[in-house]
Write a protein that binds this ligand. Structure first.
Ligand SMILES: [Zn+2]
Length: 453
């Protein structure tokens, strides 16, 4: 206490003096301890599991790996004690830090996002205060100066399909395209002017060279050949263990989430562990590169050690909409815009829009009706659904003024039985006695899982 008091006094007295002596300001050379070759940007403690066997390979190649977690993953259950909410976040943070230390990664940062247990990426972005979270991710990119960013695939797929996973991929992509732009978050780039500076970071713009994605989609086959695939059965030169075993050892720290499974691991033989998927290769999806290289080539193919200048993402012109249109909106509509704005049209997407919900849960289908004609129009929405489904809300006739657009949410009750099966829900839009649009959504009914909203 005494020491702290005297340090405070020292700061108070020292400030005006030191402020007049710029020579005492720290060096402008970035702190090499935090330079990353690969920056992992994910949402929750344990999200690294899908790529940790690959990260272990990078460490063997003496690559510097760092990680940013958007949340503490505080929304789930706790298998270790009564702690929940923010206290569970504290538990998860420490489990992750121990796990990453075991893997060999020390530079791990947690941002201020809250766990959002839904499938809707827009809810996650709102819950994280999108702009504020983006500012934090851009800061971490400028601070860690990664050559390559690895993150969750921004897209809507049946699987865990966590909105937070998608949102971390959205933010990482936005940061990839913005961190090198000096007009973005300029206070991060301003030179410190006070000794006790709290506003200006003194960072430099940084343009990462490549971005890769991985996905929690149930159907992993669709990502084959969309990027490099890393076999994980090789033996680590440093650890003398197969890479998949290193990944499993890392995972064993996540006890508050998987206690029973982890405690059972010791009794499983290799065959059972292989069946659990531990030795499956790590499949990445190529996002984009500013230094060339092929889609399925190594992540570091084409990566040079020198920094590169800011590259503005290639704009793709939006096709002008004429006449009447009805489109899937919400997260599905957002991804259409996102892919176009970030020049990511080649990213895999579900063949037909899809979602998984629990049997008995309500299904919400967000639609956007646009009237690009010169006259007011009446549009009628109707739904075709399999037996057992009931349309609850949103169908009927709507008048949309000339040049206007109208968001509509069609809501259906799904059958109570939670047995795993697929349903095709079709929304029809009609105007002037003619079909305007037919929108199909594939719905997987299953027990458990995340709610839609
Ligand atoms: Zn997660």
């Amino acid at each position: 206490m005494k020491l702290r008091y005297s340090l405070c006094l020292l700061t108070l007295f020292a400030s005006p003096l030191v402020a007049q002596t710029p020579k005492s300001l720290p060096t402008t050379e970035a702190d090499v301890r935090f330079k990353a070759d690969v920056l992992l940007v994910v949402a929750h403690p344990d999200d690294e599991t899908g790529v940790s066997a690959y990260l272990a390979q990078l460490l063997d190649q003496h690559k510097r790996v760092a990680a940013v977690y958007l949340t503490h993953g505080e929304a789930g259950h706790n298998n270790m004690g009564p702690e929940r909410a923010a206290s569970l976040g504290a538990v998860r943070e420490m489990e992750l830090r121990h796990a990453m230390t075991k893997l060999g990664i020390d530079n791990v940062w947690f941002l201020d996002g809250r766990d959002t247990p839904t499938q809707n990426v827009l809810e996650s972005l709102a819950n994280w205060h999108h702009g504020a979270a983006l500012e934090e991710v851009v800061r971490m990119v400028r601070f860690t100066r990664p050559e390559v960013i690895v993150t969750w695939l921004p897209g809507f797929f049946v699987g865990e399909n966590h909105g937070d996973h998608q949102a971390s991929g959205v933010l990482a992509t936005e940061a990839f395209d913005m961190a090198g732009d000096p007009s973005i978050f300029p206070a991060q780039l301003a030179a410190p002017v006070h000794v006790n500076e709290t506003l200006f970071d003194g960072l430099r713009p940084w343009q990462p060279k490549k971005i890769y994605y991985f996905s929690d989609a149930q159907e992993q086959e669709q990502f084959k050949k969309t990027g490099p695939e890393y076999v994980v059965t090789g033996i680590s030169s440093a650890r003398k263990l197969p890479y998949w075993r290193i990944a499993m050892e890392e995972f064993e720290f996540h006890l508050s989430q998987y206690r029973n499974y982890i405690e059972g691991l010791a009794k499983k033989d290799d065959q059972e562990l292989v069946k659990d998927g531990w030795s499956d290769p790590v499949q990445l999806t190529f996002g984009k590169s500013n230094v060339g290289g092929s889609v399925t080539g190594d992540v570091f193919e084409g990566v040079i050690s020198e920094p590169i200048a800011f590259i503005r993402p290639a704009e793709e012109v939006e096709k002008p909409r004429a006449g009447l249109s009805v489109e899937l909106a919400g997260p599905w509509g957002f991804y259409q815009t996102f892919r176009r704005e970030h020049a990511l049209q080649q990213l895999p997407q579900a063949a037909s829009p899809e979602i998984a919900i629990a049997g008995g849960a309500a299904l919400q289908i967000p639609l956007l009706v646009r009237n690009g004609t010169a006259t007011s129009k009446e549009i009628t929405l109707s739904v075709t659904s399999p037996e057992g489904w009931a349309t609850k809300d949103g169908v009927g006739s709507y008048t949309v003024r000339a040049g206007d657009e109208l968001p509509v949410v069609v809501t259906l009750d799904s059958p109570k039985k939670a047995e795993s099966k697929m349903a095709e829900i079709v929304c029809h839009a009609q105007a002037d006695g003619q079909a305007v649009a037919t929108i199909k959504l594939q719905v997987h009914l299953r027990a458990g899982g995340l709610p839609q909203d």
